[in-house]
Design a protein around this ligand. Structure first.
Ligand code: FPP
Length: 242
């Protein structure tokens, strides 16, 4: 693996609606094409030796969309989980999802559980889908969990630190993303992994998500290689210079 390849890449997949509108198609056709781009990004991540890929598939704010669009998004997600399951297994890809499950349609919940179970031994790439996920809700849940631990005497309020907070975050215990990519030219995080993004490198790509291809993925990785990551410290060169 080349030096400075990110271990964990996260993507805010944006622009499906605009892609469809530009072609005079209904929005769902953009989401359908977006599902194809999910497959391509996953293959690219495997080829480039990325160990974890997190995709923002459905935000907690996406419930504000028309019921018909929500229905189509979940149908596409379910179809993806069912039709790609064997390919994920064959390619050593472990799929997991994080976010609220209680509001998901039952067939989606079931397809998620079955795909998580079928792919649990995959060791090549960990593909994580953020589904009904929002960072603010994740913080509130984490604060609530720690408050209950304090009430039960499991932890003292003064013992709450970054590690205990991370332990109760919904999005799990994988290392924070090194690189966050957002497509469609928007430059914001939209309530995505706000805790974990603290030291992530951000990359904004003008292309609409359905058009995002391996070349765009490589351009993001090449840009990442030019970044100096200091995590609040100094670069090695600055340290050496005193
Ligand atoms: C943003 O485009 C994209 C989404 C809200 C959902 C992403 C969903 C998919 C890529 C399809 C299915 C997912 C999987 C994992 C198979 P937008 O609708 O906000 O685009 P716009 O800003 O141009 O309207």
């Amino acid at each position: 693996m080349p030096v400075n390849t990110p271990q964990h890449v996260a993507i805010i997949m944006d622009g499906n609606g605009r892609w469809a509108r530009q072609r005079g198609m209904p929005r769902w056709r953009g989401h359908e094409a977006g599902a194809g781009a999910v497959r391509r990004a996953t293959e690219a991540a495997c080829r480039h030796g990325i160990s974890c890929l997190t995709l923002y598939a459905f935000s907690s704010e996406n419930w504000k969309r028309p019921a018909k669009e929500i229905h189509i998004l979940f149908s596409l997600l379910r179809r993806y989980l069912v039709t790609e399951r064997q390919a994920l297994v064959d390619n050593g890809i472990r799929l997991t999802a994080f976010g609220r499950r209680d509001r998901l349609p039952a067939p989606v919940r079931q397809a998620l559980c079955e795909t998580e179970e079928a792919t649990r031994r995959g060791g090549r790439l960990h593909l994580r889908l953020a589904v009904d996920y929002g960072a603010r809700h994740e913080f509130i849940d984490a604060a609530r969990a720690l408050a209950w631990e304090a009430v039960r005497g499991i932890i003292l309020p003064d013992q709450i630190d970054e590690r205990s907070f991370e332990r109760v975050l919904l999005s799990g215990t994988v290392p924070a993303p090194d690189l966050i990519i957002r497509t469609a030219g928007e430059r914001r995080l939209s309530n995505f992994l706000l805790w974990q993004a603290a030291y992530a490198e951000l990359y904004f790509c003008p292309k609409l998500w359905p058009d995002f291809d391996e070349g765009d993925f490589e351009a993001a990785l090449a840009d990442f290689r030019t970044r100096t990551r200091k995590f609040g410290s100094l670069s090695q060169a600055a340290c050496a210079a005193g």
